[in-house]
Design a binder for this molecule. Structure first.
Ligand code: RP5
Length: 171
C-alpha cells in the first residue's frame, strides 16, 4: 500500500505467513495500510529490537505479532515499544499451539500483550482495526457495519434451518 503503514504485521518465520494471512485479509478489507515483515526474536534479535524501537516513529499505531513454539516475539516487542501489541499464537506440530499460546498470553504485569486464540489472526486484524477506530469515526462505523453483517449471516442461517429442518441442513 502506498500510504505509510498504520499496522505492523510481523511474524517469527515465513512458515507463520499462512496463519497471518487472516490479519492481512482484514487490513485489506478495511483498506487500512499495513506492512508485513519476518522478525524473529531468536534468529534476528537485533532486527527485532530495531523494528520495535522504530515502529512508532515510522507511524505504526498497532503491531500484530505472530509466533509459534517458544513464542517470545510478541512479548519482547511489547517490552520495547509503547504501541499496543496483539499476539497471535501459531499452531505447532508437536504441541498444537498451546505452547505458543502460553508463551504469548502469560505476560508479567506491566507489559500486556492482547492475545487472540490459536491461529486466529483474523481476530488480531479486527482488534487492530477497532483500536484504530477509536480515533477514526469512519473506520469505527465500518466495524459496526461488519458486526451487522455477522448478525445478518446468522439470521440467514436460521432462516435456512427453519426452511429445510435440521436433518436436511447442509453446511
Ligand atoms: C518460531 O518458530 C516461528 O514463529 C515459527 O512459528 C516457529 C518455527 O519456525 P520455522 O522453523 O518454521 O522457521 O520462531
Amino acid at each position: 500500500m502506498s500510504q505509510s503503514p498504520l499496522v505492523g504485521i510481523i511474524m517469527g518465520s515465513d512458515s507463520d505467513l499462512p496463519t497471518m494471512q487472516g490479519a492481512i485479509a482484514v487490513c485489506e478489507e478495511f483498506e487500512v495500510s499495513f506492512e508485513v515483515a519476518i522478525v524473529s526474536a531468536h534468529r534476528t534479535p537485533e532486527r527485532m529490537v530495531d523494528y520495535a524501537k522504530t515502529a512508532r516513529d515510522r507511524g505504526i499505531k498497532v503491531i500484530i505479532a505472530g509466533a509459534g513454539g517458544a513464542a517470545h516475539l510478541p512479548g519482547m516487542v511489547a517490552s520495547l515499544t509503547p504501541l499496543p501489541v496483539i499476539g497471535v499464537p501459531v499452531a505447532t506440530r508437536n504441541l498444537g499451539g498451546v505452547d505458543s499460546l502460553y508463551s504469548i498470553v502469560q505476560m508479567p504485569a506491566g507489559i500486556p500483550v492482547a492475545t487472540v486464540a490459536i491461529g486466529n489472526a483474523k481476530n488480531a486484524g479486527l482488534l487492530a482495526i477497532q483500536i484504530l477506530g477509536t480515533s477514526d469515526p469512519q473506520l469505527c462505523d465500518r466495524v459496526r457495519q461488519y458486526r451487522q453483517s455477522l448478525q445478518e449471516m446468522v439470521l440467514e442461517k436460521q432462516a435456512k434451518l427453519d426452511e429445510v429442518g435440521y436433518k436436511n441442513y447442509e453446511l
